[in-house]
Ligand binder design. Structure first.
Ligand code: G1P
Length: 297
C-alpha cells in the first residue's frame, strides 16, 4: 500500500508557442489527434493505471483545460434532450467525475520550468510515490505506459522510474539522458541523469520520455533546487541529486511514442491513428501514403 502510485501530476501550464497561432486561444493540450485532445490520452492512461488523484498544474490563461476535463452534466442533458444520448454517454465516459477521482487544479503563474511545475502540486499529494505525465509525449500501444511502469516499479531497486527510449546521437540535446550502468530486461539502472547534453558529452543514448514515477523525497529537493539549463528549475536536476540515495532506473515501454510538442510529431500521431481506422482508407489511397512510411519519431 505504501508504494502504491495514487497521484498523477499533469504539467499543462506551458504556453505552446510552437503551435501559435492555434494556441493563442486553445491550450496545446486540447489540440486533437483526429478527434481526441492530447490531454484525454493522458487522462485515460492515468485512469487505466489506477490513479486516484489527478493534479493539473495549469496557467490562468488556460481555463479551457478545466472545462474540458470536468464532466459537464448540463451539456449532457442538453444532448439527451435532443436525442443524442450516445454522444452524451461518450462525453460522460471521457470526462473525469468527482465521484470517482479527485481532481485538483493548481496554477503555475510563471514559466519557471518542469521542476517548478511539479513542485506546485506538493500540497495536494496522496501518500506514496507520484506519477508525472507530460501530455505532449503521446504513447500509443496495447498497454498504457504508466500501467506498465507501475507493474515494473520496485522502489527497493530504484525509487525513481522514468520512461526511456534510445535516440540518435544527435538528438541527445533535446532530452534528459541517463547514465546507464546496468540493463535488465526493460530496466536500465542508472547512476546519473543530465538534462539535454550535447552529443559529445551525453552519457548514453537512453533518453527520458514524459512519464515518471518519483519517490516523494523529490519534493523537498525541488523546493531547494537552483535553476539549471535554460534558467529553469529542472526536474532532471532534482532527480540527479538523489540518485545515490533513492536510485534511478529507465524503463523501456512497449508502445510507440509521438512527440506531440512538435508539428511533425503531431502529424505522425494523426497518421498513425488514422491508419488504424478503415474510414480513412480512401484518404490514404488518395495521397498514396503506404503504412510503412508512417513511423513514429
Ligand atoms: C522535458 C524534460 C526532458 C525530457 C522531455 C521529454 O523536456 O525536461 O528531460 O526528455 O521533457 O519529452 P522538454 O521537452 O519539456 O523541454
Amino acid at each position: 500500500m505504501r508504494n502504491r502510485v495514487r497521484t498523477a501530476i499533469f504539467p499543462v501550464a506551458g504556453l505552446g508557442t510552437r503551435f501559435l497561432p492555434a494556441t493563442k486561444a486553445t491550450p496545446k493540450e486540447l489540440l486533437p489527434v483526429i478527434d481526441t485532445p492530447l490531454i484525454q490520452f493522458a487522462i485515460d492512461e492515468a485512469r487505466d493505471a489506477g490513479i486516484e488523484r489527478m493534479i493539473f498544474v495549469s496557467h490562468p490563461s488556460k481555463a479551457a483545460i478545466e472545462r474540458y476535463v470536468r464532466d459537464d452534466t448540463g451539456l449532457r442533458e442538453h444532448l439527451c434532450a435532443k436525442g443524442k444520448s450516445k454522444l452524451a454517454d461518450s462525453l460522460r465516459d471521457s470526462a473525469l467525475n468527482a465521484d470517482t477521482h479527485d481532481i485538483v487544479f493548481v496554477m503555475q503563474d510563471q514559466p519557471l520550468g518542469l521542476g517548478h511545475a511539479v513542485l506546485c502540486a506538493r500540497d495536494h499529494l496522496l501518500p506514496g510515490p507520484v506519477a508525472v505525465i507530460l501530455p505532449d509525449d503521446l504513447i500509443l500501444g496495447e498497454r498504457g505506459c504508466l500501467s506498465e511502469m507501475i507493474a515494473a516499479y520496485d522502489p527497493a531497486r530504484a525509487g525513481h522510474l522514468i520512461a526511456t527510449m534510445d535516440v540518435e546521437p544527435h538528438e541527445t540535446s533535446s532530452y534528459g539522458v541517463l547514465s546507464v550502468r546496468a540493463r535488465c530486461g526493460a530496466m536500465a539502472f542508472a547512476d546519473g541523469i543530465v538534462e539535454k547534453p550535447a552529443p559529445e558529452v551525453a552519457p548514453s543514448r537512453t533518453a527520458v520520455v514524459g512519464r515518471y514515477i518519483l519517490d516523494p523525497a523529490i519534493f523537498a529537493r525541488l523546493a531547494e533546487q537552483p535553476a539549471g539549463a535554460g534558467g529553469e528549475i529542472q526536474l532532471t536536476d532534482a532527480i540527479a541529486h538523489g540518485v545515490a540515495s533513492i536510485g534511478l532506473a529507465g524503463f523501456g515501454f512497449s508502445g510507440t511514442r509521438f512527440d506531440c510538442g512538435s508539428k511533425a510529431g503531431m502529424l505522425r500521431a494523426t497518421l498513425h491513428r488514422a491508419r488504424q481506422d478503415p474510414q480513412f482508407d480512401a484518404v490514404f489511397a488518395e495521397y498514396d501514403l503506404p503504412a510503412m512510411l508512417i513511423a513514429a519519431e
